[in-house]
Design a protein around this ligand. Structure first.
Ligand code: ACM
Ligand code: ZN
Length: 766
């Protein structure tokens, strides 16, 4: 009897569970599936209370959606036997954006406290329907959902300055956001490379500032500057009518648009239009791409005309955008022009400011005062903390979370958008096989694993974290398809981070639900990343032994690897657990899924076993805190730096490397080498030369060789070079290595004249 029952359940289970998956992303707070479904057919009407404008708008949104996927025109308040009811009613426990969705074979009811909740109830329902126009029956599975968001700021940013995107793409972006219950669209309308919003009082902002000379064929930072006489034809802008239309479109989908009007830096576009706004007041050539050396990019903080201009601009912006928040940028201001400007220096004196940081703070505070006078709130990038935070400012923390933590501890609101993992301009897979990105890697899983409340904040401080946001900067993103690719599916992971309860996080479950969204993307012709198949090789030390683990984000897959430099296949060794590295080797690994080797190229990591392994390295000059690899002894850990900038390199900015190694006892040696990286794009250059010295007492050193660089400074391909000294075998206890950094970034480079970087790993001693 018992056995029979178990058998029956076993047969029934897969059937029931398949029929009852709603696959909703983000995962609702509570979802209970039931048997059966509601079919939207000719006997169905949409029921809404008449006289409520918001509900009428929601009804239009609902009926047009159904028409788009089925051709059916759903009557509103018709005499039909079955109803889908949209109901605004006071409901406890779900807040302003929450909703209840109850589906039985006879009715569907969406209940919420406001239109926002109704929209989200509809979005959950839409996710159970066909994604595109079909003749399939419109079946909604029976279920009971109670749902509300964890955070109130669920943001997506889009940079339309580096490349302009048509209103159609903006609407598509808004549609995608709304489908996944994101509610804040941060529209980055102003930057050096283009002013994108029509301002009636200052027509040149878009006549001049919205256009640049097309130099599409170059790496962003290295695009040549315009020459006199070249015409600026690449770009575009939004008229105020287009913006109003987009705002209304967004509002229907419960999306608030926060416009960003950058200041006081990143505004070469405004200065190209009105040169009197910068410190030199000199006209400049048309814009090109990322290279704006020798161009003015800041407003003059000493010129009252600048503040008049910005207040005029913001007045028009405020008249257009109903958003409570106005973003004023504030990031990455190079203060050099202010240091050289009489007006700026006079302002510093007159206002009793200490330095240029306080001048920036003065600038931002003055603008906040204006925004508050207009009943708006100011938000800015975390640099607005420097020189003193404006009294009521909200801080967008992008350079990690430190700025956000600091602001929350000062009782200021915060939006978390740290570069890792919230910058969606970084690679999400590969990077082999992916379109060129600005560098760095934010995979789907890293986004999914993100927790917006830092552990450093107590419960009271954590309340200042309004939510999180992903940013899509578009230096390398030129088309709508590419925009789709960069946010899909990472936005879905972020949606689950900011909407679903922390306790509901389930990476496997998310992946299972994701599959039906992938099918929908395919049907809609949306571009997206199918996943990261790279194998992550993580070296570590255990009882003095060097070991490596291997892992992949791909579900239901295996890893195969080789240690002899050959290409791994599914006949290679299968990874079962940590591998000991007991000799110099190149470890190569691939992900195998459904019997196929995935990805474009195997992942690989070189290891070297040599006499200095594990020995302490002391430095005469400090390495950058951003590039410390796995700690001070990275140069002797046996793990070689890879072509990726972030992997196992010690970085030095503007200073030589001077390293000293104590071998512990006198050893017989005949060869020393230092590996270095050149990555032109990221301002990393080979040293001019490397000098090797040995000593037996740590006091008097003998030079064994000085090896000059042979890689040209303008070599653009990422390159690793070993500087090698081979000499007659001799005894030594101490080794000193000096790598002479390039004096400055070379002429014609985007960092022309600025300090170069030196990246080193590893010092190999044999
Ligand atoms: C930024 O990425 N400069 C805010
Ligand atoms: Zn000035």
């Amino acid at each position: 009897m018992v056995n029979k029952l178990i058998l029956l359940i076993a047969i029934m289970l897969p059937f029931i569970s398949r029929a009852q998956q709603a696959n909703i992303i983000p995962q609702p707070v509570s979802i209970k599936m039931a048997t059966g479904s509601f079919v939207i057919d000719n006997n169905t009407t949409l029921k809404v209370k008449t006289g409520n404008k918001e509900l009428q708008a929601a009804a239009v949104f609902f009926t047009s959606y159904i028409k788009n996927i089925s051709g059916k025109i759903l009557p509103v308040n018709g005499a039909k036997s079955k109803a889908i009811e949209l109901k605004i009613a006071k409901t406890d426990g779900i807040g302003q954006e929450g909703y209840l969705l109850q589906v039985t074979p006879a009715s569907i009811v969406i209940t919420a406290n406001s239109k926002a909740g109704i929209v989200y109830g509809m979005q959950s329902l839409f996710q159970t329907l066909p994604a595109v126009r079909t003749n399939f029956e419109l079946q909604v599975p029976c279920m009971n959902i109670e749902d509300y968001p964890r955070f109130k700021w669920r943001g997506m940013h889009l940079d339309v300055s580096r490349h302009f995107f048509a209103p159609e793409l903006i609407k598509e972006y808004i549609d995608l956001m709304s489908s996944y219950k994101m509610n804040t669209f941060h529209w980055h309308l102003v930057d050096d490379q283009g002013w994108r919003i029509e301002i009636k009082k200052y027509p040149k902002l878009t006549e001049v500032g919205a256009w640049r000379v097309d130099k599409l064929d170059k790496v962003w930072g290295d695009r040549p500057q315009a020459k006199a006489g070249e015409t600026a034809t690449y770009g575009g802008f939004y008229t105020q009518d287009q913006i109003r239309d987009i705002i209304a479109y967004a509002a229907q989908r419960n999306i608030t648009i926060v416009p960003e009007i950058e200041m006081p830096g990143h505004v070469a576009s405004a200065i190209a239009s009105y040169p009197e706004l910068c410190c030199t007041q000199q006209s400049q050539l048309p814009l090109t791409g990322g290279n704006y050396t020798n161009m003015s990019s800041n407003y003059c903080a000493g010129n009252d005309q600048v503040f008049t201009f910005l207040q005029d601009v913001l007045t028009e912006v405020i008249n257009l955008f109903p958003s409570k928040y106005i973003h004023i940028g504030g990031d990455e201001v190079d203060k050099t022009p202010w240091k050289k400007c009489d007006r700026c220096q006079a302002r510093i004196k007159a206002e009793g400011l200490k330095n240029e940081e306080e001048l920036q703070s003065y600038f931002i505070k003055r603008m906040e005062k204006f925004l508050i006078s207009k009943n708006r709130k100011m938000i800015g990038w975390d640099e607005i903390l420097e020189g003193g935070l404006a009294p009521e400012a909200t801080v967008m923390s992008w350079r990690g979370e430190a700025g956000g933590i600091q602001a929350a501890k000062m009782d200021h609101d915060v939006v978390m958008t740290p570069g890792s993992p919230c910058y969606f301009d970084h690679y999400q897979a590969g990077p082999e096989g992916e379109p060129m990105a600005i560098g760095g890697m934010n995979t789907l899983k890293r986004v999914y694993d993100y927790e917006p409340i830092p552990a450093e904040l107590n419960e009271q401080q954590a309340r200042y974290v309004l939510g999180a946001q992903a940013n899509l900067w578009t230096e390398y993103v030129t088309t709508a398809e590419h925009v789709e690719y960069m946010i899909l599916p990472r936005m879905l992971a972020l949606a689950e981070v900011v909407w679903s309860p922390k306790s509901a996080k389930d990476w496997m479950g998310f992946n299972e639900r994701l599959q039906s969204h992938f099918r929908a993307f395919d049907q809609k012709g949306l571009h997206y990343s199918k996943g990261d198949y790279k194998v992550t090789i993580k070296p570590f030390s255990q009882n003095g032994k060097l070991m490596a683990t291997m892992s992949t984000e791909a579900l239901n897959s295996d890893i195969y690897y080789t240690t002899n430099g050959s290409e791994p296949t599914k006949q290679s060794t299968k990874y079962e657990g940590p591998v000991q590295i007991n000799a110099s080797m190149i470890l190569k690994a691939v992900t195998v899924k459904d019997g196929k080797v995935m990805g474009v190229k195997p992942s690989q990591q070189s290891f070297v076993v040599h006499k200095a392994n594990g020995r302490d390295v002391t430095y005469a000059s400090k390495m950058s805190r951003y590039y410390m690899a796995d700690g001070p002894n990275s140069l002797t850990d046996g793990i070689r730096g890879t072509l990726a900038v972030g992997k196992y390199w010690h970085g030095f900015n503007g200073t030589d490397l001077l390293a000293n190694i104590d071998l512990g006892s006198e050893q017989s040696i005949y060869r020393i080498s230092l590996g270095c990286l050149q990555n032109y794009r990221d301002w990393i250059f080979m040293p001019q030369y490397v000098k090797f010295e040995v000593s037996s007492d740590g006091k008097s050193y003998t030079e064994v060789a000085t090896v000059n660089n042979t890689i040209p400074v303008n070599e653009q391909a990422a390159t690793i070079k070993d500087f090698v000294a081979v000499f007659p075998e001799q005894k030594a206890k101490f080794i000193r290595v000096t790598a002479k950094i390039l004096d400055a970034c070379p002429k014609g480079h985007s960092g022309d004249g600025k300090p170069a970087w030196l990246f080193a790993d590893e010092i190999v001693i044999q």
